[in-house]
Design a protein around this ligand. Structure first.
Ligand code: SAH
Length: 341
C-alpha cells in the first residue's frame, strides 16, 4: 500500500497519470487530504468511482498510532508515535503567541553522536519516509483538532542525513494546494553536514535553515559534536556564506549553553569573531538536562551576560525559553525512557 502523504503534488500527478488517471486528480486529492482532511477515499465525492476504487486498492491514508500523549501546563504536547515496524518516534507541539509550532522527527535514532543529546543515545535504526514526517503533522492536527502554523525539523534525527525525504516533506507541507505552511514558517536544523547545506541553497523550495553550532572553536566542537571532525567550523562558515550569497536568506546559529563548557565571555567573544559579517543570528538555547550526561544548564544570569556580550559585539541574538521540560519534551527523552522500560 502506498501512503499518499508521501507524495509531492508533482509525484502525485505522475503517479495518477501512470495509472491512466488525470493530472488534475492530484490537486483534488491534495485538497481532500490536506484541506478537507479526508480519512477515506469513499468520501472524496468529486473523484470518479473508478478512481476511488483504484485508490482503495492500492493506497492508504495512514495516520500514526499514538502510543503516548502528554501535555504540560504551558501548552506543550508531546507525542510518542508507533511506526508500522514497531519503532517509536516523538513529535512535540509548542504553543507560542505567534501560533502553533510542531517539532518533527526525521529519523529513528541518530548517528551524529552529539555528546549532550539524548537522541544520540540510540543509534539510527532507519530514516523516516516523507509520509511518516507528513503523518506527524496530520496526526497531531487530527488528535488535538488544531491547525499547525510553524514546523521545525528539530526532533530526533539529522535531517540532512535523510536529505531527499526531508526535501520532499518540505515541498508537501509547503504546497499551496495542501497544508500551505509558508517556507518562512518551516525551519530545518542541521548539525552541519556541509555538502547538504550547499545543496540546500539550490532547492526550489527551501525553509529557514538553522545550524547547530554550540561551540566557537574546533577543539571544543570536536568534543561536543563528532561531526565537526569531518566538517570543521571553517567549512561550515564557508558553506553558510555561499548559502547566503545564493539565497539572501539569513541563517540561524543554534548555541546551546552548557554550564562551564561553552558559556564564558571568552566563548562569546570567539563566537562573535567567528560569525561576524555573516548574515546570521544566534539563538541561545537553555540546555535540557539529560540524566545520562554530566552537562548542566547555564543559569539565567550567566546566559544573559553571554547574550549581552554578543549584542554588544554587534551580533543579533535571542535567548530561547525552555518549554515542556516538566514532560521531558525538550529533546529525545521520552522515546529513550520508553524503550528502556
Ligand atoms: N540534528 C539536527 C536537528 C535535531 S536537534 C541538529 O543537530 O540541528 C535540534 C536542536 O536541539 C539542535 O540544536 C541540538 O543540538 C539541540 N539539542 C540536543 N540536545 C539538547 C538538549 N538536551 N537540550 C537542548 N537542546 C538540545
Amino acid at each position: 500500500m502506498i501512503n499518499l502523504y508521501g507524495f509531492t503534488l508533482e509525484e502525485m500527478q505522475s503517479f495518477l497519470i501512470t495509472n491512466s488517471y488525470k493530472k488534475f486528480n492530484a490537486s483534488q486529492l491534495f485538497d481532500w487530504l490536506y484541506v478537507k482532511k479526508a480519512k477515506s477515499f469513499q468520501e472524496m465525492s468529486n473523484l470518479s468511482k473508478e478512481l476511488r476504487a483504484f485508490l482503495d486498492e492500492a493506497c492508504a491514508i495512514d495516520l500514526l498510532k499514538v502510543q503516548q500523549h502528554q501535555h504540560s501546563a504551558d501548552g506543550t504536547h508531546k507525542f510518542l508515535f508507533e511506526l508500522y515496524d514497531g519503532y517509536a518516534i516523538e513529535t512535540v507541539l509548542m504553543t507560542h503567541d505567534y501560533g502553533l509550532s510542531l517539532c518533527v522527527s526525521s529519523q529513528v535514532g541518530c548517528n551524529m553522536g552529539c555528546s549532550f543529546c539524548a537522541s544520540g543515545l540510540k543509534k539510527k535504526n532507519r530514516n523516516l519516509t516523507s509520509a511518516e514526517m507528513v503523518s506527524q503533522v496530520m496526526t497531531v492536527e487530527d488528535v488535538i483538532g488544531v491547525k499547525i502554523t510553524h514546523l521545525v525539523v528539530m526532533g530526533t534525527g539529522e535531517p540532512f542525513d535523510n536529505y531527499d525525504n526531508v526535501i520532499r516533506f518540505v515541498k508537501i507541507v509547503n504546497d499551496a494546494k495542501g497544508l500551505a505552511i509558508g517556507q518562512r514558517h518551516i525551519t530545518v536544523s542541521t548539525c552541519g553536514i556541509v555538502p547538504m547545506i550547499i545543496a540546500y541553497a539550490d532547492e526550489p523550495v527551501r525553509s529557514n535553515l538553522a545550524v547547530s553550532l554550540h561551540a566557537p572553536n574546533d577543539e571544543l566542537r570536536n568534543r561536543l559534536m563528532p561531526i565537526n571532525k569531518r566538517y570543521p567550523l571553517k567549512d561550515i562558515i564557508a558553506a553558510c556564506e555561499s548559502y547566503f550569497e545564493k539565497t539572501s536568506r539569513r541563517i540561524t546559529f543554534e548555541y546551546l549553553l552548557l554550564s562551564g563548557v561553552n558559556d564564558t565571555l571568552a566563548h562569546a567573544d570567539q563566537l562573535s569573531d567567528l560569525i561576524r559579517g555573516l548574515n546570521a543570528y544566534v539563538n541561545l538555547i537553555p540546555y535540557n538536562r539529560v540524566a545520562e550526561f554530566q552537562y548542566e544548564q547555564t543559569d539565567m544570569g550567566k546566559a544573559m551576560q553571554f547574550y549581552d556580550r554578543l549584542t554588544k559585539r554587534g551580533i543579533t541574538a535571542t535567548l530561547r525559553k525552555e518549554q515542556g521540560s516538566d514532560i521531558d519534551a525538550a529533546c529525545g527523552q521520552l522515546r529513550f525512557k520508553h524503550e528502556e522500560k
